[in-house]
Write a protein that binds this ligand. Structure first.
Ligand SMILES: CC(=O)SCCNC(=O)CCNC(=O)[C@H](O)C(C)(C)COP(=O)(O)OP(=O)(O)OC[C@H]1O[C@@H](n2cnc3c(N)ncnc32)[C@H](O)[C@@H]1OP(=O)(O)O
Ligand SMILES: O=CC(=O)O
Ligand SMILES: [Mg+2]
Length: 532
């Protein structure tokens, strides 16, 4: 029986978009939606229930019901040749120039990002698919106003794609009147159009999976992969994925996540920024857990060290790559001082990661590729990875993953102000269609901005929180600082940009997010209402 399609695109189709949103591709998305939407919704409800339990004093621990998975001996499946060496991975949004620059950057892998680094306007997400499709076929160029043309070099980075997380919807595609999950939209279109082409070019459909909160969410991805491969008559295991461990709940289920996806997974990545956000979010009401200024939550604090060392150990035990994360320092080609600082900071961060046993890492900017490579080369030499480092001495208990004490950490007026400034700047940029921005020489994206607004929320809603000078953080004080920082931003970027990019709305949204007694799970959920 042939069912009539119920897919409905609620947006205009720009030039070329019809080549992505073909009837066959929509039919494929429809199949994924019908098969998996009910489970996605159940899993989101499960997140809410778990949060309630944490509010009521429960803490996190390794799962008794999956003890066998942790204690038995098994390994992940085969890893394709072109995913063996991933010493340096560049990440970035999916706009045409950036895609070409990233593929040409000299990095081993390019993670094209529909998540933290992309503001998911209709234009960005569909044009992004077109850009990736063209890049895979080496049929891509881009000319800027001054006449400079961008083209692919002979040797380019291996492409991995990060679809949006399970919590987001794509409002422009309805299936039977229901908005499709953004994860299925991004994954489905990329896979449908490119899987076979990639295989013919001796690569494959490779993904990064963001913001998973449990192994059951990994199981859902695994089932999506199986259904997608079957639909295109491709062998199971064709898809390969790296899962970001960037929620504190997932840190307790790393073995289980690898196991659920064992035919498809090649590694775990330490997504440090969302991880910090998740720790704040999950424990935001616990009066014994009050996080200091964002700048004090470094990779060296106990809970971050515990999680990253457990990640390396778990990956290596199971034959998977352990991938490091993003140092936020961004160079500036016009400012040698900023450059020098960024290189120094990133070098130190990458040196730590390489020594801790990671097999590769992320950079946010092409100029950082050689810096990160250099530090990994020093430790790895000629080897593609260091999976033989088993870290058997590492013993991480639940208490260490949830030991949020930060020696010497303080909440300061400057830290409060900075969080407000960065939060509004980032939301303004996101509403204007840009999902990653250099703000005061730091890379800010959806994950880092979440930390800023979650911290202000926590400091305001935990009774009688004070800054180091003894002043209480009250609603009136936060509102005053929001007003002052909004004015500073207006001066900094100029009235025209302030108005055109809806910074007033960004400031309003930031206020709502931090003042509301009910914590909003992701800032991108309410912000999505304001973009087309
Ligand atoms: C927490 C996480 O999830 S981290 C992963 C998600 N975040 C990201 O991926 C952020 C990626 N980085 C970026 O988007 C950018 O580097 C920014 C926005 C931070 C800074 O970008 P810019 O302000 O354009 O930097 P800058 O002006 O120094 O760029 C110089 C050149 O490098 C290019 N470039 C900079 N970053 C990247 C990148 N990540 N990928 C490809 N090209 C890049 C620019 O396009 C520019 O090219 P051009 O000279 O041909 O015009
Ligand atoms: O996605 C990466 C992160 O740090 O968050
Ligand atoms: Mg993230």
């Amino acid at each position: 029986m042939i069912l009539e399609s119920t897919a409905e695109v609620k947006a205009t189709l720009k030039k070329g978009f019809d080549q992505i949103l073909t009837p066959q591709a929509l039919e494929f998305l429809e199949m994924l939606h019908h098969k998996f939407e009910p489970r996605r919704q159940e899993l989101l409800k499960r997140r809410t229930k778990q949060q309630e339990k944490l509010h009521h004093g429960h803490t996190l621990d390794f799962l008794p019901e999956t003890k066998e998975v942790r204690s038995s001996s098994w390994k992940v499946g085969s890893i394709p040749d072109d995913m063996q060496l991933r010493r340096v991975e560049i990440t970035g949004p999916v706009d045409r120039k950036m895609v070409i620059n990233a593929l040409n950057s000299g990095a081993d892998v390019f993670m094209a990002d529909f998540e933290d680094a992309t503001s998911p306007t209709w234009e960005n997400v569909v044009q992004g698919q077109l850009n990736l499709r063209d890049a895979i076929r080496r049929d891509i160029d881009f000319t800027v106003q001054n006449g400079k043309t961008y083209r692919l070099r002979e040797k380019v980075a291996v492409l991995n794609v990060r679809p949006r997380g399970w919590h987001l919807l794509e409002k422009h595609l309805l299936i039977g009147g229901q908005e499709i999950a953004a994860s299925l939209f991004d994954f489905g279109l990329y896979f449908f159009h490119n899987a076979k082409e990639l295989l013919s070019r001796k690569s494959g459909p490779y993904f990064y999976l963001p913001k998973l909160e449990s192994h059951l969410e990994a199981r859902l991805w695994n089932d999506v992969f199986v259904a997608a491969q079957e639909a295109l008559h491709l062998p199971i295991g064709t898809i390969k994925a790296t899962v970001l461990i960037e929620t504190i709940t997932a840190a307790f289920e790393m073995d289980e996540i690898l196991y659920e996806l064992r035919e498809h997974i090649v590694g775990l990545n330490a997504g440090r920024w969302d991880y910090i956000f998740s720790a704040i979010k999950k424990f935001r009401k616990r009066t014994d857990v009050l996080f200091p200024d964002r700048t004090d939550i470094t990779m060296q604090v106990p809970f971050m060290k515990a999680y990253t060392s457990l990640l390396v150990k778990t990956c290596h035990k199971r034959g998977a790559h352990a991938m490091g994360g993003m140092a936020a320092f961004i160079p500036n080609r016009h400012d040698p001082g900023v450059n020098e600082n960024a290189f120094k900071k990133v070098r130190a961060d990458k040196a730590h990661e390489a020594q801790a046993g990671f097999d590769g890492t992320w950079v946010a900017h092409p100029d950082l590729v050689p810096v990160a490579r250099d530090e990994f080369d020093k430790v790895l030499g000629d080897k593609p990875h260091q999976k033989e480092v088993l870290c058997e001495h590492v013993q991480v208990q639940a208490e260490e993953l949830t030991n949020f004490a930060i020696h010497g950490g303080k909440i300061t007026e400057a830290g409060l102000r900075l969080n407000i400034h960065v939060g509004i700047m980032y939301i303004g940029s996101w509403l204007c269609g840009t999902g990653a921005a250099a703000i005061h020489n730091l890379m800010e994206d959806a994950a880092t901005a979440e930390i800023s607004r979650a911290q202000v929320w926590q400091w305001l809603h935990q009774p009688h929180t004070t800054t180091a000078d003894g002043q209480e953080i009250t609603e009136a004080r936060v509102l005053q600082l929001i007003q002052e920082e909004t004015n500073h931003i207006k001066e900094e970027i100029g009235l025209a940009k302030f108005k055109n990019c809806h910074f007033e709305r960004a400031s309003q949204l930031f206020s709502e997010l931090v003042l509301s007694t009910c914590f909003v799970d992701f800032l991108t959920l309410p912000a999505y209402k304001y973009i087309d």
